[in-house]
Design a protein around this ligand. Sequence first.
Ligand SMILES: NC(=O)C1=CN([C@@H]2O[C@H](COP(=O)(O)OP(=O)(O)OC[C@H]3O[C@@H](n4cnc5c(N)ncnc54)[C@H](O)[C@@H]3O)[C@@H](O)[C@H]2O)C=CC1
Ligand SMILES: O=C(O)[C@@H]1CCC=N1
Length: 268
Amino acid sequence: MKIVFYGAGNMASAIFIGMIENNVVKPDQIYLTSRSQQEKIMFFKENLGVNVSYDDAELLDGADYVILASKPQSFPDVAKRIRPHLEEKTKIVSVMAGTQIKTIRRELKTENPIARLMPNTNAMVQHSVSGISYSENFPDKDELVELMESFGTTVVVEEDVMHNITAATGSGSAFLYYIYEKYAESLMELGFDEEEALFLTRNLVIGAGKMVEDSELPFSQLRKNITSKHGTTEAGLNALDGEGIKEILTATLNAAANRSEELSQDDE
Ligand SMILES: NC(=O)C1=CN([C@@H]2O[C@H](COP(=O)(O)OP(=O)(O)OC[C@H]3O[C@@H](n4cnc5c(N)ncnc54)[C@H](O)[C@@H]3O)[C@@H](O)[C@H]2O)C=CC1
Ligand SMILES: O=C(O)[C@@H]1CCC=N1
């Protein structure tokens, strides 16, 4: 199998590191190219044993999969590189937010099978939750799912659901990290120094994550198990509700999903 990544940034590297660590592909089956970050990709070549090339004919010769992993705005340039050398057998998988299958088809001038994948950077630790949608002519869906499940779980969705998946899980970890950042800042306002605040927050998050992983209980029960009647937790939770935590999160997710929709209209 030959898998070629156009783009070797945060998302692509989380995917190929996840795949390699899980032994689903061998490093020499992975080919990387980029526009920037040459030093970074030479680091991957030296440390992981993946291939690196800037020669599109060589990259695309016999490729089973091409992964489109540049920013959506760079896709026209990426498409120019790929178009002249794309072989009929090559399946295209795009992780670009908002870029529609029909746009990829138009820019690459191809009838080849295309899938969209919306992963997240938890792929690096084999915990991405990735949405997948396929073009109608996509063969071997099971093979793609197997590859993509090497770095987490997948849900197959209609393409128009991708906007919501992008918000929920593509961007989702960033929303959680931001909440952790603000939690640590608030601990500093309580009087902890920065080191203490980061230490406490980090261990709290790790512990809560492990509880979610290991316990069969729903989030609500885990919360209730901590909340004494008229106690400290109840007081804190009432403040969270009073500040509109649910409305804040709904607005966050709507803003992200709307941006995905806007990105998809940019290329109409
Ligand atoms: N970072 C994330 O958590 C997620 C990102 N995505 C999607 O993944 C894509 C990449 O995002 P990041 O990895 O965060 O960006 P990044 O900026 O870290 O990486 C972009 C890569 O594209 C390469 N590139 C740009 N122009 C190119 C060209 N003409 N030929 C070859 N390579 C080219 C750059 O050199 C770089 O390696 C975006 O489309 C984004 O929507 C999707 C899900 C999550
Ligand atoms: O921020 C973005 O547009 C990309 C898509 C999902 C996560 N990062």
